[in-house]
Design a protein around this ligand. Structure first.
Ligand code: BES
Ligand code: MN
Ligand code: ZN
Length: 503
């Protein structure tokens, strides 16, 4: 899908040569007295009460008088905030999902702050028209080919526009990989996707197989992969947008391409959804695709440990003790708590990049779904400033997260009589105890853990990947690139703060 920006006033909208015009009408719009076709249409609609207030309320018009476009949809955009615009776009596009609409004009310029919502309008348009076709030939591919955004000021909208384009690319790549069934998205196929990204500017990809992973001593990752005939892959991507030697942000994505639970096997109901258990990995791939497009001035490393979790004669058994790359031993009490086992070795590996921070992204616990549902991802952080930065990035990108605690008392249940730790700690506080397990492998490195079990995909009739948290990750990285511009004094200050905290 192509996007375009165009300076366009409400009065010019009637002359727009597109298949359909979607007009976002804010609450603040008082019946104007212009004589152009759009102003007259909106005035009449409001006067007669045919366009109710409330973000997302629509009035669909066919061949309205004076318009070049055959369809005009008026949609209420509430207070004009990003979240109202998202609602309005979803509702408006719902009216326009017809094969005849290939080129759509979206009139944003009636909104007071139209430049601020350009990105939201773009991502919402992409979301509303997304169609998965890879393994469903009978599905209708997206018929909307081009979206033109009418704004007041081109220059003011440009930055948001570029962000929007990169986001759509990133989110759609993440959705594509997460949606593919496990037999079409094996660890090797994920590695191929990463290699393909490695052909993009400033991206390098390296892929390790079972032998190399064994040589590195990743006993926990190897233990999970043992039960599957599909060979594991350990994917390392590097995006260099910042100065050489400037410390990278490392993203670590859980890449379980199918989670049966292993010997601690899951019940049959909804097990198919465990093809989405590589949602973290998909979000790392998507974020790298977006980085390639946006080229922000920051260094980023993406690490994806990927394998299947299967029951088998060779599979790891409850009670088995393995040695992680860190040297710490783990009693695997439940083979279904496999995400933390592949992540812990990836977190140890991440330290070699001397990161400014490590962010892991994982569909880690059913407990997080219970705690936060599908609205906010679970956010864990061992630094206040990181938690703040992610909260802000989440609010800005409408890809929300919520901070969860990391008190040491939550780690009590991980104690084992036979190893340095067990891999589970009972049902209570399951999202938090999983995070406490991971924390044992990051030591003092600034670290964020995102539990996306509730947000990475939707169940039911709308079953499918959401592409989350690509918007959150990209926003955080872009914000960090902006910080890095005037880096030196801030870095120094941070170090002083860190030192005083240690003292
Ligand atoms: N991939 C699952 C987590 C999950 C479950 C995500 C359901 C979304 C929906 C993970 O590997 C898992 O199985 N976790 C267990 C951990 C438990 C054994 C401590 C869980 O949450 O039940
Ligand atoms: Mn599991
Ligand atoms: Zn899992």
């Amino acid at each position: 899908m192509d996007f375009e920006l165009k300076p366009l006033s409400g009065a010019q909208a009637a002359q727009w040569a597109v298949d359909a015009v979607l007009v976002l009408v804010p609450d603040s719009l008082v019946a104007a007295d212009g004589t152009d076709a759009l102003t007259e249409l909106v005035r009449e609609a409001l006067r007669r009460g045919d366009l109710e207030s409330g973000a997302g309320k629509c009035l669909s018009c066919y061949r309205p008088a004076g318009f070049k476009a055959g369809r005009v949809v008026l949609v209420r955009a509430g207070d004009g905030s990003s979240s109202s615009v998202r609602k309005a776009m979803a509702a408006g596009l719902g009216q326009l999902k017809v094969p005849g609409v290939k080129k759509l004009g979206v009139l944003l310029s009636l909104l007071e702050r139209d430049a601020a919502v350009v990105r939201t309008a773009m991502t919402a348009a992409a979301d509303a028209t997304y169609s998965y076709v890879t393994t469903k030939p009978s599905a209708h591919a997206r018929s909307l080919k081009q979206v033109v955004l009418g704004v007041k000021d081109l220059a003011a909208s440009r930055q948001e526009f570029q962000m929007g384009q990169a986001l759509v690319t990133g989110v759609e790549l993440a959705k594509e990989w997460a949606n593919r069934p496990a037999n079409h998205a094996t660890p090797s196929q994920l590695a191929d996707a990463a290699r393909k990204l490695g052909r993009q500017p400033r991206i390098k990809t390296e892929v390790l197989g079972p032998k190399e992973v064994a040589a590195l001593g990743m006993g926990a990752f190897l233990a999970v992969a043992r039960g599957s005939a599909e060979p594991l892959r350990f994917i390392v991507m590097q995006y260099q947008g910042g100065a050489k030697g400037s410390a990278p942000v490392v993203l670590v994505g859980k890449g379980i391409t199918f989670d049966t639970g292993g010997i601690s096997i899951k019940p049959a109901a909804e097990m198919d959804e465990m093809k989405f258990d590589m949602g973290g990995a998909a979000s790392v791939l998507g974020t790298f695709a977006a980085l390639a497009e946006l080229q922000p001035a920051i260094n980023v490393v993406g690490i994806i440990p990927s394998c299947e979790n299967m029951p088998d004669g060779l599979a790891v058994k409850p009670g088995d003790v393995v040695t992680s790359m860190s040297g710490q031993t783990i009693e695997i009490l439940n083979t279904d708590a496999e995400g933390r086992l592949i992540l812990c070795d990836a977190l140890t590996y991440a330290a070699r990049f001397k990161p400014r921070c490590v962010v892991d992204i994982a569909t880690l616990t059913g407990a997080c779904v219970i705690a936060l549902g599908a609205v906010r991802s679970g956010l864990f952080a061992n630094r206040e400033e990181l938690a703040d930065a992610f909260r802000v990035a989440g609010d800005r990108s409408l890809d929300l997260c919520w901070r969860m605690p990391l008190d040491d008392d939550y780690a009590e249940g991980l104690k084992s009589n036979f190893a340095d730790m067990g891999n589970v700690a009972g049902r209570a506080g399951g999202a938090i105890t999983a995070a406490k397990f991971l924390q044992k492998f990051v030591a003092e490195t600034p670290w964020v853990h995102l539990d996306i079990a509730g947000t990475a995909w939707k169940s039911g009739a709308a079953k499918g990947s959401t592409g989350r948290p690509v918007p959150l990750l990209l926003q955080y990285l872009v914000d960090q690139a902006a910080v890095a511009e005037n880096d030196k004094p801030i870095q120094k200050k941070r170090r002083v703060v860190a030192a005083s905290r240690r003292a």
